[in-house]
Design a binder for this molecule. Structure first.
Ligand SMILES: NC(=O)c1ccc[n+]([C@@H]2O[C@H](COP(=O)([O-])OP(=O)(O)OC[C@H]3O[C@@H](n4cnc5c(N)ncnc54)[C@H](O)[C@@H]3O)[C@@H](O)[C@H]2O)c1
Ligand SMILES: [Zn+2]
Length: 458
């Protein structure tokens, strides 16, 4: 079973009326891939040449498409899956998502169409029951909307109460080491241990917060681990914990799979997703790390109930940042899907993933000038104000949602820190800005950037 659509085709399967044709375009666009509907023209072909000819042509077209080397998004015809060859090609080259639809809804959607297989309700329902087990067996995941397909494609599972069935959500059947911190252990540890059952072989507590992201901490974790390469590290905690445990997994035995279970809002909309792991060194935060995509990310919003208000505000800043990038309101699931799509598009952060740094050049400068005594979310809120102003946009939505207040730091120190930022073209400074068609990266003059920075400082 494929775990995600990184470097693989994304294939949408399902019965007539499930929405494959409708979703293939939007999904492909979000992933920056080409998308094609392999069922296009089916009705006409069946009319003109009959079912047998259509099936032969469908088989040929589907196999040819799946053999293409560049990962695409395909909507398969409802019957393509009846072929053994198609099923084994899907297993080899694609991540397959079943678009689920119940028989009543499917019938309502197609009854008035001219589809040859949707002319008689009894026949239609019989075919639905026949096909259902085939779809189930071929699917790596099940979804019903664009965000659902994208989350599935990234290996992200969003479900209220998911912690209780964490055991089923950890891929494979090898041993599991649980890594968490003392706060999260106290709140969710027992439930997690019960859910992981017999596969759990050890539990490890790292220090809370940023203190987890230290080499000596993961070195101690390595010394405690007893996993072999069939094992999985399950990391349950905030962004600091998942960053540290993810890096531990990336390097242990040259890499073991890991599952990320973010328990903060920052984690659920940002840090827990996308495969970036890191620790801090005295020279700077996140300077040593690895790209190591989690075998699964489990987002259970019920875990956020115990999150202190101060921590929730940090996540709100990243969620509002994501809303600005997407240009529409986003709940936790939709914000997670937005980040997932960008990371699938650009797993190694060479292009559009950099949009996620909206406001962050300013935020990092203010944090450094405050000796990191300024919460990241507050710095991001201020940075968003500056990014909006430089984009010629109204900062009112950020003021209304986050109410950022200017900080008292040394403006010269903040400016020096901002200039040390590597993202530069000559003397100009590259920034993520917002345009009418979405985010883009543009170089701005030092004077303009300095003026924008100064408005954030009291
Ligand atoms: N890898 C990435 O792509 C990425 C992206 C953004 C941020 N990050 C990193 O994430 C870190 C910040 O993460 P964070 O904001 O989640 O903070 P955090 O991980 O420092 O956690 C904050 C505190 O919340 C507590 N906590 C966690 N879950 C809780 C819960 N459900 N109930 C009560 N308390 C809980 C923790 O014990 C900790 O004390 C930074 O180190 C940052 O560099 C990484
Ligand atoms: Zn951030």
């Amino acid at each position: 079973m494929a775990l995600n659509a990184l470097d693989r085709h994304l294939a949408l399967i399902g019965f007539m009326g499930a929405g494959k044709t409708t979703l293939v375009g939007p999904v492909a666009e979000r992933l920056g891939r080409a998308g094609s509907d392999l069922d296009e023209g089916a009705t006409e072909t069946i009319r003109e040449h009959g079912m047998a000819h259509f099936r032969a042509r469908e088989l040929q077209r589907t196999l040819f498409s799946l053999e293409g080397r560049v990962p695409n998004v395909f909507a398969l015809g409802g019957g393509a899956i009846t072929s053994d060859e198609v099923r084994s090609e899907l297993a080899r080259s694609a991540f397959t998502v079943l678009l689920e639809v119940d028989a009543d809804t499917a019938w309502k959607r197609v009854r008035r169409s001219d589809r040859p297989l949707a002319q008689d309700e009894t026949e239609f329902r019989k075919l639905y029951e026949e096909r259902r087990p085939l779809y189930r067996a071929a699917a790596d995941a099940v979804a019903s909307d664009v965000d659902g397909v994208i989350l599935a494609a990234g290996g992200v599972h969003h479900e209220l109460g998911a912690l209780e069935r964490l055991g089923e959500l950890v891929p494979g059947n090898g041993p599991i080491a649980l890594v968490t911190d003392s706060t999260v252990m106290g709140i969710h540890g027992a439930a997690a241990q019960t859910a992981l059952g017999d596969r759990l072989v050890s539990t490890h507590e790292l220090p809370r917060g940023e203190d987890a992201k230290q080499l000596h901490v993961i070195e101690r974790l390595w010394s405690e681990l007893t996993l072999d390469r069939a094992g999985t590290i399950v990391a349950i905690g905030g962004g600091a914990l998942t960053d540290a445990a993810g890096l531990a997994a990336a390097l242990y035995l040259r890499g073991v799979p890991w599952v990320s279970v973010p328990t903060t809002l920052v984690g659920q909309v940002d840090a827990g997703i996308g495969g970036k792991t890191a620790i801090d060194i005295p020279q700077g935060k996140n300077l040593v790390g690895a790209f190591h995509w989690a075998a699964r990310v489990v987002i259970d919003e019920a875990l956020l109930e115990t999150l202190p208000e101060r921590e929730r505000r940090q996540g709100e800043a990243e969620r509002i940042k994501t809303e600005l990038l997407a240009g529409r309101p986003l709940d936790v699931r939709a914000a997670a899907a937005y980040k997932t799509a960008l990371c699938l598009r650009d797993p190694y952060d060479r292009g559009p993933r950099q949009w996620l740094n909206l406001g962050h050049t300013f935020a990092h400068a203010l944090e450094a000038a405050a000796d990191f005594d300024l919460p990241h979310g507050e710095a991001v809120a201020l940075g968003l104000l500056a990014a909006l102003r430089l984009s010629g946009r109204d900062p009112a939505p950020v003021v209304a949602a986050l109410d950022p207040q200017p900080v008292r730091v040394d403006p010269e120190r903040a400016w020096a820190a901002l200039q040390r930022d590597k993202k530069r073209t000559g003397s100009d400074i590259n920034l993520v800005l917002l345009g009418d068609d979405g985010p883009f990266v543009e170089a701005r003059s030092p004077d303009e950037v300095r003026a924008a920075l100064d408005t954030l400082i009291s």
